[in-house]
Ligand binder design. Sequence first.
Ligand code: NAD
Length: 480
Amino acid sequence: MEKIQNYINGKFVAPKAGKYFDNIEPAKGIAYSLIPDSQAEDVEEAVSAAQAAFPGWSGLSIEDRGDWMMKLSNGIAARMTEFVEAESRDNGKPIKLAEHVDIPRAISNFKFFATGIQHFASESHEMVGVGINYTLRKPLGVVGCISPWNLPLYLFSWKIAPAMATGNCVVAKPSEITPYTAYLLCKVMEDIDFPKGVLNIVHGFGHTAGDAIVRHKLTKAISFTGGTTTGKTIATIAAPMFKKLSLELGGKNPNIIFDDCDFDEMMSTTIRSSFANQGQICLCGSRIFVQKGIYERFKKEFVEKIKKSKVSYPTDPKAQLGAVVSKSHMEKVLSYVELAKEEGGTILAGGHQVKLDAPYDQGFYLAPTIIEGLKFDCRTNQEEIFGPVVTLTPFETEEEVLMMANSTEYGLSATIWTNNLKRAHNLANEIDAGIVWINAWLVRDLRTPFGGVKSSGVGREGGWEAMKFFTEAKNVFVKY
Ligand code: NAD
C-alpha cells in the first residue's frame, strides 16, 4: 500500500518512529494508503527547518514571494485531474464537487494571496507639528496551521497561503482523515523546487502531532479550523503561552425563509445549502425556518425533491451526494436521527444508511434527511450534526425567528430569504453570525472577513484580516 510521507525541509521523510496508520476510502470502507503517525520529534524537526528558512523567506521581496505562491497555484492547476480524483477518493465527496469547488478554490487561494500581498500596506498617523507614527507589519516567524477533513485542500491552503505570503514559515498538519491532497501539494513543491523549509507538512493525529505543533515554544501563532471542543483544548494550551490564535469552529446555521421570497431560487439554493458535500460544510444551513404562509408548500416540494436525489459512489457523474467521511462520523449522524425521534421529531425523508452494490457495499452512505416537529431548543436543534440532516421549523414573525435563530451557542453563518429590503437589513444586523447571506448561499469574495461569533470561533480569516493575523504590528514614532 502507498505510504504517504511527511515533507520537511524540502524532502519527503518517514516519521522517525516508523509508524503508520490506515487511510480509509469512505466510498468503499477500506484502507488504500498509509498515513505517518508523526510525533513530537517529527514536529521538532519541522519547526527547526522552518526556523532556519525564516530569514531567507521573510527577506525576499514581496514580488518574489508572490511569484513563488503563484508557482504553487499553477503547479496544482497543472495536476488538476490528479488533485480532483485524490480529494474525492480521500473524502468521499462527488468528483464533480472536487472538480468545481475544492480544487479550483485551492488554486484561487494561492493566487489570491500571491497578488494580495503586493497590495498589503500599513498605516501612518501624523501628529500635527509633533511628528509621525508609522506602522510596520512584521511576519511572526514560525506558525502552525491545522485543518479539518471536510474541505481538505481548500481549507488547508486558505491558511498556509496567507501565512507564507506575509513572510512566515509554516508547520502544517492536514486532517488525518483526509491527508492525501496535502501530500500531493508536496509533490508540487518538489516539481517547482520551492524554497526548502518554508512549508513543512507533518501528518498524524491531533492529540500527538497537532498537539506538538500547538505546544512548541517557537510556533508564534496557531491558525486552526475544526471542532469547537478541539478549539477549546488548543486555546487552553496556546493562550497561556501568549500565542496569536485564529479559531474557526463549528456551526448550527439558520436558513430563514420568508413568505415573500423568490420561491424557486430559494428552493434550488436551499437544496445545496442543506446537503452539499453531504451536509459537511461548516456553512450549511441545518436549521431551516419557514414562515407559516409557505410552510406546507415548501415542505411538500422540498421533501419530494430530496427523496429523488441520488446518493452514489463519488465517481458516478450523476451522484448528488457521495459518502460521508468515516464510519464513526456516519454512526454519529445516525445517532442524532435516533435522538431526533426520541425528542418527538418526524422523519420526512431519509434517516437511514444507503447500501450500494459492490465494490461500494461497505461505504459510508446516508440518505439526505429532513426532520420536522422538533422544538427549537431541543438537542437536535442546538448541537452540530455536520451531516446530511436538516430540521424544518415554522415561524410567524421576525421577532420569533430571530429569537430561535440566535438560541444556539454557535454563530457562524446565516441565510435570509426575503424581498423585503428593510427586514433583510434589520435581521442581518441582529443575527448572531459572522457571515450573513441575503437571497444567496456560499457566495464568497476572498477579500471579505470570514469567521464566526460565540462558540463558532475567534478572529477572522480572508483578505486583510488573514494578512494582519499573520503579522505583528510595530509602531514607530519619529519626532519632527
Ligand atoms: P477536529 O477538531 O476533530 O479536527 C480538526 C483538526 O484538528 C485535525 O487536523 C485534527 O487532527 C486536529 N486536532 C484534533 N485534536 C487536536 C489537538 N488536541 N491539538 C491539535 N490539533 C488537534 O475537526 P474535524 O472533525 O476534522 O472537522 C469538523 C469540524 O470542523 C466541524 O465542527 C466543523 O464545523 C468545523 N469546521 C469549521 C469551519 C469554519 O470555518 N468555521 C470550516 C470547516 C469545518
